[in-house]
Design a protein around this ligand. Sequence first.
Ligand code: ZN
Length: 237
Amino acid sequence: MRRVTNVLAAAALLAFLAAPPASAAPLPTRIVQASGRIVPIPAAIPHEEGDMVDRRIVPDLRWIAARFPIYVTDGYSGPLPNGRRAGCRGCHVRHSDHYNGLAVDIVPLRWSDRCDRSWRGITRLARWAEPRPNRPRPPFRWVGYKGDAGHGCGDHLHLSWEHAAAPQFQLAEWVEVFPVRGGEIAAQDPGAGPGGGAQPESTPQSQGGAQPEAGAAEGPQGGISTARSGGVSPRGD
Ligand SMILES: [Zn+2]
């Protein structure tokens, strides 16, 4: 039994050592519309208890967690329909992607507050998501790490996904992701892609999840579908 456990542990370690291609080539991406909802992060993705995200980025997070030794310290930050709150209050900038459930803060699974070898896998992930400085690879909108105040090795990595502009504490009309099928990054669907890959899922308006009313008092006004590009701020931390 013990031996089996060791074999499994070795396999898991090998999975982390087998780096994904380090190329800066574009990732296949896909626009996911509708069916957004703020959900608990699944157990397969190591995370701080209670952390939640928009479910449309969960497959990408699963893929990342299977290949990089991540521990998510914060996802969605804001009110929930049940009157409770999720995430870290006062941790993020105004218009942060955390207020839409489309950003995560990440530290190593074996955390250290110093920039030591335990951060290697996180640095590798940061480079994978942003091969060139300040040029995040789509679907990533903003990558906070080296050179970004309050981020980096020994602090944390921030990843945001590209999405339609949305007031805080509301679900974005669409989210750009890299498609994952069978645990692997799937090639782009024929005819799919930004603007064309949306599946006719459910209703055009998002349901459940963050309660629109909850943020109305303090959130910016402006509807849910004002832009098809850009996101909501130069940064998303
Ligand atoms: Zn962040």
